[in-house]
Design a protein around this ligand. Structure first.
Ligand SMILES: [Zn+2]
Length: 386
């Protein structure tokens, strides 16, 4: 079946798009939606935490060629702010996962600022599960990180680790969890909830269990040769997960996050940032390779927000970036913050023979982070969200 997005139309023209599922008081979209969408069997969302446009450009310059994500045919900008203003990763993940803007700190939950009343939000994972699909959540950080939890848990605070993990283990509809190593007692929460622990990541693809869980030392550095038995390479882990998830004839939804690009930004550490970004892009390349002969899979790459306020000079060269990487600093770029910024981030879309007649994902366009959820939902349900 050919998958075609025929048009993007302004929501204003599309009459009141029913957001009944998320009508908990969250801000509504007023940007663009998709019309005449036919179903995509598999939807894969790849998130670079803290990966702004200048991080991407730095990665391209350092590598000396286009990154895998830059080869995607469609690109637009995404606005990242939360109800609180400058977003944190919890509110950003909640927006991407549920289509609702919430306040910083809240995970999978909307809070009415005036009353403090909260509502648990349905996630894209829940929707995929309802369609009979398998679902996966992977992060290079610990599983209780804000992004993986935004897709699988509900809590008033991203710091409530016990509550988050318990929520994810018992009520998330996630078939596969894989993340950086977490302590034994946290792993036990998943085993008690019926998840089979897969200790060797190379065996994920062979599992016949309905719920599986892995906790690994994930190597997310741009040095594939460094991988030994004690480490799992990010791209390898995600490829294993794709094999496991794609055994379901109804398809799957996968979210995989390169979590530590953000830490490179917080630390204003160009080498750390580039290592993590290129490891993330290697994983993107592996996913593209997996999806390349399929007409049933859409791959989306985005970020939750920018971190560090990175700005590169206009005429920075490949050699300049190699030099900066070696030294750990350089004269050709500037970090203006040790926190998150409100810079827009990219959204790249690949797959499913996408056609835009009236509006296209070009630089001049801009969507909200909540609309990434709407796009994914539209693709899975097979029609414009309504
Ligand atoms: Zn951060």
């Amino acid at each position: 079946m050919k998958k075609i997005w025929q048009k993007l139309i302004p929501l204003a023209l599309a009459s009141a798009m029913s957001l009944s599922m998320i009508s908990c008081g969250g801000e509504k979209n007023d940007g663009i939606i998709l019309k005449n969408v036919t179903q995509a069997k598999n939807v894969i969302l790849l998130i670079g935490d803290g990966m702004g446009p200048e991080q991407v450009r730095a990665g391209e310059l350092f590598k000396g060629e286009k990154l895998a994500m830059q080869k995607f045919p469609y690109r637009t900008m995404v606005q990242t702010r939360s109800v609180s203003g400058l977003t944190d990763s919890a509110a950003a993940a909640t927006a991407l996962a549920t289509g609702t803007r919430t306040s910083n700190g809240y995970v999978g939950r909307y809070v009415v600022p005036a009353t403090g009343e909260t509502t648990d939000l349905e996630t894209i994972v829940d929707i995929a599960h309802g369609l009979g699909k398998r679902t996966g959540v992977i992060a290079t950080e610990e599983l209780y990180g804000a992004t993986p939890m935004g897709f699988s848990a509900h809590s008033n605070s991203r710091g409530n680790t016990d509550e988050l993990l318990s929520s994810a283990a018992t009520s998330s509809n996630v078939n596969l969890f894989a993340s950086y190593t977490i302590r034994e007692s946290y792993q036990q929460v998943f085993i008690d909830a019926g998840y089979e622990r897969i200790t060797n990541a190379d065996l994920i693809s062979e599992s016949i269990e309905d719920k599986i869980f892995g906790s690994y030392s994930i190597l997310a550095e741009y040095e594939p040769m460094m991988v030994d038995d004690s480490f799992v390479a990010f791209d390898r882990l995600v490829t294993e997960a794709l094999e496991y998830l794609s055994k379901d004839e109804d398809g799957f939804f996968l979210m995989a996050e390169g979590s530590h690009i953000d830490h490179g930004g917080h630390n204003n550490d160009i080498r750390y940032m580039l290592d993590e970004l290129l490891a993330f892009d290697n994983m993107v390349a592996a996913v593209l390779e997996w999806a390349k002969d399929r007409d049933d899979t859409v791959v989306i790459v985005t970020a939750d927000h920018e971190t560090g306020g990175l700005t590169l000079e206009k005429d920075v060269t490949h050699k300049d970036m190699l030099d900066a990487y070696d030294k750990g600093y350089g004269d050709y770029f500037l970090w203006s913050s040790s926190g998150h910024t409100n810079a827009d981030v990219y959204l790249y879309v690949n797959g499913a023979d996408i056609h835009f007649e009236e509006y296209s994902f070009k630089d001049k366009n801009r969507i909200k982070n909540t609309e990434v959820f709407e796009i994914m939902k539209s693709l899975m349900v097979g029609e414009a969200a309504k």
